[in-house]
Structures are given as structure tokens and as C-alpha cells.
Design a protein around this ligand. Sequence first.
Ligand SMILES: [Zn+2]
Ligand SMILES: [Zn+2]
Length: 347
Amino acid sequence: MRAVVFERYGEPAEVRGVADPEPAEHGVVVRVEATGLCRSDWHGWQGHDPDIALPHVPGHELAGVVEAVGARVTSWRPGDRVTVPFVCACGGCEACAAGDQQVCERQTQPGFTHWGSFAQYVALDHADVNLVAVPEEMSFATAASLGCRFATAFRAVVQQGRMAAGEWVAVHGCGGVGLSAVMIAAASGARVVAVDVSPAALDLARKFGAAECVDASRTQNTAEAIRDLTGGGAHLSLDALGSPATCAASVGGLRRRGRHVQVGLLPSPDGTTPVPMARAIALELELLGSHGMAAHTYPPMLELVRAGVLRPDLLVTSTISLEAAPAALAAMGTAPGAGVTVIEPWS
Ligand SMILES: [Zn+2]
Ligand SMILES: [Zn+2]
């Protein structure tokens, strides 16, 4: 099969022929029809993820058709249209038993713990626990976003963030996950403040329902601007980018007893990020993490997509071939385009 491979962190990836994957006993191989290009792929390529072994094939946000099935898989067969949360759970640990597959103790992640979906085929573990059926009427490009960014945003806003209609929700960073969060919060009745440094990203945020936009490149104090716009601060705020500055601005823009949800990865040399904890104490803030979404909690989200309330299809702004993927991966660090880019490995 053809795949995007990199041999060294930060050096150009290339498209070349590699061996087709085989399914594990409990796993499947999926023919990849669409796979999203996510900022986490860029972090992996930069060497920020200790799970990655070289050489490596990135890609964790995918949809496609089951090609081959392991001997112990009971729920899936070749030809099934599927997507998968990027956190593939084991199904047997304490977290899985509690229904929290998104923080499984023995999780695997395509594109991180093993070769991913920037390829014509990808192997996925524990298929009976992790696969999600994609309805006939949903395109693969749309379904791909459900594997990482859209589902991650849904969990952050709805499950972890416990958003209620009428609340002010601030979203820092309007890339794929941030724009998804804007759409989900606005469609659920929140008043959304979108923050980004890119006017094009803010234009999309407005299109997806943001009531207010803050251009952080032209604002001295983003947290203060949010407090002013929201009459004292957001009820719920997401750092959807992942940087010390956006994390601090998110916490700083909350009102009393507000909830901050950290969604964007926070790479730093020593593995820690400063957080304004004094403000967390004084205002009784909640600081939460959010990590993907368990496959068994997808149905309410899929129902909102089916009903047209949520439109992940509108987030896909560009579709590219596998050959164009290495350059697009490199550009994620410096000049990510507005919206979601999807790779079609068979195009
Ligand atoms: Zn991702
Ligand atoms: Zn588990």
C-alpha cells in the first residue's frame, strides 16, 4: 500500500510503498477512504509524543470500509462503513468497565502507538469496543472528523463542560477542534465568543454561530476582552489550541465558578504548563481535561448530525491526495489553513 512515512522528527515525510497491515485477533484492517489532518499529527511529527517509534506513519482521524477482520471480532464484517475514536480502548481495564474508554489504561492510538491512517489501509485494535458505524448518507470526509476533532469538541463542550443553553462559552483557538466547539455550543443554545489570531478562522467561527469574535493578535488582554463582552466572564471556556498563553487567557476569561476545559495539547520542554491557580481558588473555578470520546457515547452526537443540527460537513474546507499530505503536515505548524483538511488516500 501507499503511505506517508517519516524517518526522523521534523524532517520531510514522503509517500512510498509499505507492507499492508494485518488485523490482530481482536482487530480489523480498514480501507481508509478519508483521513483528517489534525494538529496532533504535526505534534507527533515534531517529536512531542513519546509513544511514536520511527519510522512512522501518522494519521488518527479516519473513516473507511472494513477490509479484513480478526478471528475474535464478532460485531463487524468486511464492507462495513466505520469510523473510530482516536483513543482505541482495550475493553477490559477498570476505566473501560466504568464506561470511560477515552482514558483506557491500555489504550492504543493509530498514528501514535502504531502506524496510522495517512495510508491506504490502517489496523485498528479491539474492534468490537471501538468501531462506530457510519450511516450510508454520511460522507467519509464528514465521518473522518468524528474520530478526533468533532468528537473531542463534543465531549469537551457537552460531556466535560456540561454546557447549558444561554451560557457564555469562550473558545480559544479556531482550528478544527475550536470551530467544531463553536458549532456545537452555538447549536445547543450558548452565546459563543470565538478567539483566534486569524481573521479567516474568525470569519468561519462567525459563520458557525459565534456571537462575538476577539482577534487576539490585535487585543492587548484577551481575558479582559472576554470578561467585558460577557458581563463578567464566560461560564465555560475551552483552550482548543494548547499553549501557555491560550490556557491562561481561557482561565482568566472565566466568571466566578466557571469551567475551563483544556483540549489542545500542551507540549513544553519539562512537561508542565503554568496555570493561574490563584484565580482558580479565589473564583472557585473548575479546571478539566478532555481526551477524545468513548465510542459508546457517539449515538447522541450522530443523531444531532443526522437531524442537521450539527454540520461537521461544513468544517471540511479542503480535500487533498496522499501525495500532497507531507507538505500539508509541515504547514500545520506555521500556516494551518482555516477549517479542516481531509486526505483521500485513494484519490
Ligand atoms: Zn486529532
Ligand atoms: Zn481499557
